[in-house]
Design a protein around this ligand. Structure first.
Ligand SMILES: C[S@@+](CC[C@H](N)C(=O)[O-])C[C@H]1O[C@@H](n2cnc3c(N)ncnc32)[C@H](O)[C@@H]1O
Length: 213
């Protein structure tokens, strides 16, 4: 665990997912990278953020925060502890996130740049990585993003990645599970979150393997 800048205080809870209009606009602009027309539900956000510790000063990295559905829950759980870094490729969504979470450390960057982003901040490792990335953000070529993230995690840390139940048997989803299993000793497939639209699940990967030589 590392001590770092305080994370953002949580915004007030909302009845509907935050930034729904902005999310839809960005989906229409770039459906492949945005990957969903709706932000995730709080039920899915709670499942995806479960490994964020309730004590200490953890470094929590969020990949693909979008309009902040997971960000809100992480910020609530941290309550100002630790360091919360959000890495978002889309500058318009990143700008929106900065307005909603003024104290949040938002990097407009590709998730693949995570090692440099942590180093720039003097952070040795992440304790938890919460990924809202779409399958399309995991390039087919090496270096695999799963290996990059595993290399940034504390040995006792965890990575969560959500997916939609309807696509779980498709080749990109199967490929991602294989790569997670290559990068981590344990990958647990969570129960379907039926309250999400569409229904989704969370993969939780722990105990990063040493880099393959
Ligand atoms: C399916 S949305 C999830 C948004 C949010 N986490 C949620 O669950 O509502 C995927 C997000 O990942 C972002 N994204 C896509 N590729 C990325 C990449 N290579 N690096 C960082 N962010 C990326 C998109 O811009 C989008 O905001």
């Amino acid at each position: 665990m590392s001590t770092a800048a305080p994370s953002t205080p949580p915004p007030a809870p909302q009845a509907s997912p935050a930034g729904t209009g902005a999310f839809l606009r960005e989906f229409l602009r770039d459906p492949l990278r945005t990957a969903s027309a709706l932000p995730s539900s709080r039920a899915l956000a709670r499942a995806a953020t479960a490994p964020v510790p309730a004590t200490g000063d953890p470094v929590v990295v969020e990949l693909g925060p979008g309009t902040g559905a997971f960000t809100d829950v992480i910020a609530e759980r941290l309550g100002g502890r630790g360091h919360h870094l959000a890495v978002e490729l889309n500058p318009r969504l990143a700008a929106l996130l900065r307005v909603r979470h003024p104290g949040l450390d938002v990097a407009v960057a590709d998730a693949a740049e995570l090692p440099a982003l942590l180093a720039d901040r003097g952070l040795a490792r992440a304790d938890v990585v919460v990924s809202g990335l779409p399958w399309a953000a995991y390039p087919r070529d090496e270096p695999w993003l799963t290996d990059v993230v595993a290399g940034c995690l504390h040995p006792d840390g965890a990575l969560t990645q959500f997916g939609y139940s309807v696509t779980r048997a498709l080749p990109p989803a199967r490929r991602l599970r294989r790569r997670l299993a290559a990068a981590f000793e344990e990958v647990v497939h969570g129960r379907a979150v039926l309250a999400n639209v569409p229904p989704a699940f969370v993969l939780t990967a722990r105990r990063p393997r040493p880099p393959r030589g």
